[in-house]
Write a protein that binds this ligand. Structure first.
Ligand code: AMP
Ligand code: GLY
Length: 420
């Protein structure tokens, strides 16, 4: 079988490495992939948002199955277009991907179906948003309605920060049309948990839970990033909490999407906050998280391609999805300066026999050398029986991967250890 994976990050590398375990797959294409992914798949220079070219490639090359991993093509309708051309897909259609593509949609969905989330107001113009902020409780959170490269949520600790956020989104249009509408919501507190799930639109099977580390520096200081590391499982997410989330959040969400005529098929990501009033949804993502995927998939014992086909054919059952009892830790190596200015183009070397998986996110091949080419360059993941061991192994593996301006957090997993 021929499978194509749309996307180019560490998440896609982790998906591809897992798919390679399936013996019925002959060839995996990555569109566009990256210099590191090239070691595990045939990279084709077609961008993740170039849906017409993806469909053409799939048809001309007899692709049997497509995995669309990033949010942009999903929201733009890549799955709809591929399916219309007769290609089976893993990923939601555009009418379901809107659960990530529009915060206004997802907040209204949660309100309509009684799914716990932060209280909120929607604003269509800067004037009314600013006037609301004059008396709004502070801290507060300002969110652009549309996709914004993961940077669309601003937690404002002061009234001035909230006003600045509204001005930059609605007047200066820093996120373009994504900021034409904003959600201003209640500030919640508590441990955050990421739960990725497989769903075929009717059945939802949560994967092992995880914890992201979004800030650039140790002790959760510095700017928000795409994620500097992850651990799984998340110790705050107890079996009791998992049951509660299933009843109060996961099942109601799947049912709500079905009732709205927008059945969600693919990976639905629940970003949760465990507040003192119970678990609440911070955000939905219509895809695998990055770098959550780099700790979740290494713990998956079942065959990923079989699960993806079961999802596509709407016959998913709990028996299809088995995770190990172990733990995993992923440390992201970024270019120093990320998420702001950074230099790239440095050669990446990985020692042979390294005790861990290396997932390449931002790298290109030039004259047979792998060069850094992005903010987040790669992730180093280790698995072990316990979380402390997984963390130790991941950090023992990190020095075996080198490039000139590598920067990484030294405390991935420390917050989780405090919960144990
Ligand atoms: P999002 O882009 O929605 O994932 O938000 C990014 C980050 O902002 C989340 O991971 C949270 O840490 C924080 N955040 C988002 N919404 C809230 C909220 N209502 N209360 C507190 N923190 C929030
Ligand atoms: N790590 C968070 C995300 O993938 O959106």
């Amino acid at each position: 079988m021929k499978v194509m994976v749309v996307g180019s990050g560490g998440r896609e590398h982790a998906i591809i490495k897992k798919l390679k375990e399936n013996k019925t797959i002959d060839t995996i294409y990555a569109l566009p992939g990256n210099g590191g992914i090239a070691a595990d798949a045939c990279c084709v220079a077609i961008g993740a948002k170039d849906i017409d070219a993806q469909v053409k490639f799939a048809v001309e090359n007899g692709i049997d199955f497509a995995v669309v991993a990033p949010d942009d093509p999903l929201v733009l309708g890549a799955v709809d277009a591929l399916e219309a051309a007769g290609i089976r897909c893993f990923g939601p259609r555009a009418n379901a991907a809107i659960i990530e593509g529009s915060k206004v949609f997802s907040k209204n969905l949660m309100k309509k179906y009684g799914i716990p989330t932060a209280a909120y107001e929607v604003f269509e113009d800067a004037e009314s948003a600013l006037s609301y902020l004059e008396t709004a409780p502070i801290p507060t959170v300002v969110k652009a309605d549309g996709l914004a490269l993961g940077k669309g949520a601003i937690v404002a600790m002061t009234r001035e920060e909230a006003i600045d956020a509204v001005r930059s989104m609605m007047e200066d249009k820093i996120f373009g049309d994504s900021g034409s509408r904003v959600v201003i919501e209640e500030f919640l507190e508590g441990p955050e948990v990421s739960v990725l799930s497989f769903t075929d639109g009717k059945t939802v099977i949560p994967m092992v839970s995880s914890m992201d580390h979004k800030r650039a520096h140790d002790n959760d200081e510095g700017l928000n990033t795409g994620g500097m590391g992850t651990i799984a499982p998340n110790p705050y997410y107890t079996p009791e909490m998992a049951d509660r989330c299933m009843q109060e959040i996961f099942l109601p969400t799947i049912e709500a999407m079905q009732k709205e005529g927008r059945p969600f098929k693919g990976c639905l990501y629940f970003g949760l906050m465990l507040t003192k009033d119970g678990p609440k949804v911070i955000e939905y993502n219509c895809r695998f998280g990055d770098p959550e995927t780099q700790v979740v998939l290494p713990l998956l014992e079942s065959d990923l391609f079989e699960i993806m086909q079961a999802v596509a054919e709407e016959r998913l059952t709990a028996e299809d999805v088995k995770f190990s009892d172990g733990s995993a830790c992923c440390v992201i190596l970024a270019s120093d300066g990320y998420p702001q200015k950074y230099a790239s183009g440095f050669e990446i070397t990985v020692d042979e026999g390294i005790d861990g998986e290396v997932y390449i996110a931002g790298a290109k091949l030039a004259d047979g050398k792998l060069l850094s080419a992005g903010g987040r360059v790669l992730g180093v993941t280790a698995t072990a029986d316990s979380l402390p061991q997984a963390i130790e192994r991941a950090y023992a593996a990190v020095p075996h991967v080198r490039f000139e301006n590598a920067y990484y957090r030294k405390d991935i997993g420390q917050r989780a250890l405090k919960a144990l």
